[in-house]
Every structure is written in C-alpha cells, then in structure tokens.
Design a protein around this ligand. Structure first.
Ligand SMILES: *Cc1c(COP(=O)(O)O)cnc(C)c1O
Length: 374
C-alpha cells in the first residue's frame, strides 16, 4: 500500500513546495514519484517483516525471489510482453547494450543497419563497427527530425535494424515503429513505459531504467527467445543474452534494489491507468509545454514539429546569454536541470512519467513571465 499523498502542495510564486522537493527536469537519473520514494523509505530497514532491507538480502532468498518474480509479472503485464519473449534485468546501462547488441546479434550476417537519428544511436553504431559492418539507414545533417518509413535505407542482408525511439539529447521521438525484414532492435532508454507499444513488432528492446522507471543500475532487456544464442565466440559470459536467459538474469548478482524499485514503480503506473493511462498524461503535459513555448516571441523549439518528443522538450532563446539568464532564473524559482545537453546547448525540460502536471504548469507560467520580461 502506498502512504497517503503529501498534504497540499504549497505554492510560493512559481515555486511549488512539495515536501521541500523541487521540480526536477533532469534528463536522467530523473524524478521518481513521491509516493514511490515514501513507500521505499517506509520499508527501507525492514522489508515486509523479513527483519532486513532489500539491499541486504541474498538475491537467491525466498523473499527476494518473490520480489523478482512479482516485478517480472507486473512489468510484463504493463507493457504487454507476449509469450516467446524473455525480460532480463541486467546491469551496465544503455551503454553496455551498445556493445551487447552487436556481440550477440551481428554474427548472423556480419552486417547491421542503424538509423542514426541522435547522439546515442551514433554511439551505438560506432560500438557495433568493432564487431561487424554497419550502415546508416537514415543519413541526416542535423538531428532535428525523424525519417519516414519510405526514407529508410535497408540492406537486404542485415542481421538487424537498429533505432533509438526517443532521442534524449535532441528532443525528437519516433511516433511509429519502423518495419524491417530483419529483426528490429530498439533503444527505449528514455521512453520505455511512457506509452503502449506492440512488443511483437520487435526482436529486442532495451532500456536503462533511470529515466522513466527506477534508480540507475538496472537495464531492462526484452528479447525474442530465438534471438538468444547467436553470440560471437569472444562475447564475455556476462554479456551473453543466452547465458542471462538460461540463468533467468542471475548468472551473477542482479541489481536487487533497483528491481525492487521497479516493482514499486509498476504499482504506481498501474494506478495511473497503465501504459495508456500514463500516455494520456504524458501527451497532455508535453502539449501544454509546447503550446506555452509556441505562444512566446522569445523561444524557438529545436525539433521539427512532427518529430517532437513527449519526454524531452528542447528549446532556446536567440542568444546563449539569454539562455544562461533563463537557466539561472529558473533555478531561483525552484526548477532544476533545465540546461540543455552540453553538445547542443539551449534548454531541455525532461518530463518523464514521474513529473507531475503541476510541475509542467509551473514551468509554463515561468516561461510566459520570462518571455514578457525579456
Ligand atoms: C541515457 C541514455 C543512454 C545511456 O544510458 P546509460 O545508462 O548512461 O549507459 C542510452 N540511450 C539513450 C536513449 C539514453 O537516453
């Protein structure tokens, strides 16, 4: 059971005080719902009468195995993972998957297609070049758009087609699942469980959990079972999907605490109406923010309209000086982490699952005020 929600958020100017917490627009690790943190806090020294913290438990104990199994079940239900797919709870972050994907999958033909629509897909392709030959399925000059299906260039003999569904840094997002002859591999690190998806369209999905779902340290992999077992001989045991599938993610110690936190987050998402419920909320939040920005004279949006992300909203003023001024003023108002990624500049508001509507409303007010005064 969740603890009761915090007693009335108090508003001071543009600064909402919710148990002295700020509205944190960090791109990751990012906000978790207050109710989830409070429940974890209440259980932190003695989980469910076990006399110990989840952090102190053997990963093979009965108590932890139940947490693990329940979390698997809740996650599969929320995302609608069909039979024939395994859900793995690993470590190493999205970045380890940049290497793990080609190590395990590129051996089929030695080739793979990558839709490079942003910084992280570019890094993933570069890593895969160590183990096979990769092709850019969507060459582009600037990462401000998303290619249409008929613009994607696919090789006839690729082992897989790779893309990143939400470009966290650039603030662009795929609003369709690309179709390919080869299995589709997707990096969903920054939009997993922010909307419903049809898992059966994918060969493999992975996501670092620290943006939308849990603390840093957990990486979720959803793999079609027939794709495990094709790894290159040099693949380290800890990076073999087959090994992790066979050992049920417990070849070595899994990130126990993060798995427990994911379970709490799944309960919370269920309360929001599941994947479609949270999608409705996320779309509402993003539209509110985009409309507020469009209404100003001062701000321009970085992404093309059709490619806009519902998770990371990127925008800027006409000058770096004014961008700095905006960021400084926002901190004074109790907003944090609105500065854009160092590689692109400007501003970025990350509004993942846990960012409440009030946080977005307060930011919209602040944007309008800043626009008038500058
Ligand atoms: C954050 C992020 C990564 C990198 O994740 P790490 O867990 O830091 O390795 C990869 N891909 C995407 C889309 C991301 O947003």
């Amino acid at each position: 059971m969740f603890l009761p929600p915090p007693i009335g958020a108090e508003r001071k100017g543009f600064f909402y005080l919710m148990n002295n917490r700020v509205f944190n627009f960090s791109a990751g690790p990012s906000m978790l719902p207050l109710e989830v943190l409070q429940r974890a806090g209440a259980e932190i020294t003695n989980y469910n009468g076990s006399g110990m913290s989840v952090m102190e438990m053997s990963h093979r104990s009965k108590v932890f195995m139940k947490i693990f199994d329940d979390t698997q079940e809740k996650f599969r239900k929320l995302l609608g993972v069909p039979e024939g797919y395994k859900v793995l709870f690993l470590q190493g972050g999205g970045t380890m998957q940049f290497g793990m994907v080609p190590l395990n999958l590129i051996g089929a033909t030695g080739k793979a297609d990558y839709a490079v629509t942003g910084h992280f897909a570019k890094l993933a392709k570069k890593e895969a070049d160590k183990y096979g030959k990769t092709f850019d399925a969507s060459p582009m000059d600037a990462f401000t758009s998303i290619p249409a299906q008929d613009k994607l260039k696919m090789s006839s003999d690729a082992s897989y087609f790779y893309y990143c569904s939400n470009n966290t840094i650039e603030g662009t997002q795929w609003q369709y699942v690309p179709e390919a002859k080869a299995p589709v591999v997707c990096d969903m690190s920054s939009d997993i469980l922010s909307r419903p998806i049809d898992v059966s369209k994918f060969g493999l999905i992975y996501a670092g959990a620290q943006k939308n779902l849990a603390p840093a340290g957990l990486t979720i992999v959803i793999i079609r079972e027939d794709l495990a077992g094709k790894e290159l001989p040099v693949t380290p045991a800890i990076m073999s999907y087959k090994n992790m599938v066979d050992k049920d993610s417990m070849y070595n110690t899994p990130p126990c605490w993060c798995i427990y936190m994911l379970g709490l987050m799944c309960d919370w998402l269920e309360q929001q109406g599941g994947a479609s419920g949270i999608e409705a909320l996320n779309v509402k939040k993003a539209n509110l923010l985009y409309e507020a920005l469009e209404d100003t004279k001062l701000f321009t949006l970085s992404a093309e309209k059709a490619a806009r992300s519902f998770m990371n909203v990127t925008f800027r003023t006409p000058s770096d000086e004014l961008d700095d001024k905006f960021v400084k003023a926002s901190v004074e108002q109790g907003f944090t982490n609105l500065k854009g990624h160092r590689s692109v500049g400007g501003m970025r508001a990350s509004i993942y699952n846990a960012m409440p509507m009030e946080g977005v409303e307060a930011l919209c007010d602040f944007i309008r005020k800043f626009d008038k005064e500058n």
